[in-house]
Design a protein around this ligand. Sequence first.
Ligand code: FAD
Length: 173
Amino acid sequence: MVTFYRRLPKFDYIQPKTLAETLNLLANSNNGKYRVYAGGTDLIPKLKRRAVVQPEVLVDLKGIPNLDYVDYDDQDGLRIGALATIRSVATSPVVSEKLPILSQAAGSIAFIQVQNRGTIAGNICNAVPSADSAPAISPGPPRARRSAGAGQGPPTEIMLACRRRRSILGGFD
Ligand SMILES: Cc1cc2nc3c(=O)[nH]c(=O)nc-3n(C[C@H](O)[C@H](O)[C@H](O)COP(=O)(O)OP(=O)(O)OC[C@H]3O[C@@H](n4cnc5c(N)ncnc54)[C@H](O)[C@@H]3O)c2cc1C
C-alpha cells in the first residue's frame, strides 16, 4: 500500500544570494544536513512521499543570479548552469547546433509546465535511470561526444553540481 502524506516534513529553508555563500554553506556539511534544490519537481514530491532521507535544511538555489546560462565556446564546450530550465535547453539554438541529442532529450521530458520549472541539472543530479537527459550528456555515446566538440565530453558545470551533491550526501540515492 502506498502511504500518502498531505504535508511536507518539517525542514528549515535557506535561499542564499550568491554562489560563494552557497558553497561555503555546503562545504561545512557532509552529513546530509543540507540538500540543494532548483525546480523542486523531483524533490518536493519525494519529500512528501517520504521517499528520500529528510534533510534538516533545504537550500534553494533560485536566489543565485546568473546561474541559468546555456553557453558555448570552443575552449570550454557547452556549459549549462545549474538553473537553466529544461525548456531553455530544449529551445536553445546553440544546444540544437552543438548537441542536438540533448535538445531532443530535453524536449521529450514531461510537458511544458514541468520543462519551465525543472532544470537539466536537477534531471541529472536526481540520478534515476529514467532521466531523459542523462544518456545525452553521459560520456558514453560517441555521437554525443562528437556533437559537443572534439574531446569536450559532457557539460562540466552539471557534473560539478552533481559532484557537489555527492560530497554533501555521501552518494546518490
Ligand atoms: C509530472 C512529472 C513528469 C515528469 N516527467 C519526466 C520525464 O518524462 N522525463 C524525465 O527525465 N523526468 C521527468 N520528470 C522528473 C523531473 O521533472 C526532472 O527530473 C527535473 O529535471 C528535475 O529538475 P528540478 O530542477 O525540478 O530538480 P529538483 O527537484 O530541484 O532536484 C532534483 C534532485 O537533484 C538535486 N539537485 C538539483 N539541482 C542540483 C544542483 N545544482 N546541484 C546538486 N544537486 C542538485 C536535488 O537535491 C534533488 O535530489 C517528471 C516530473 C514530474 C513532476
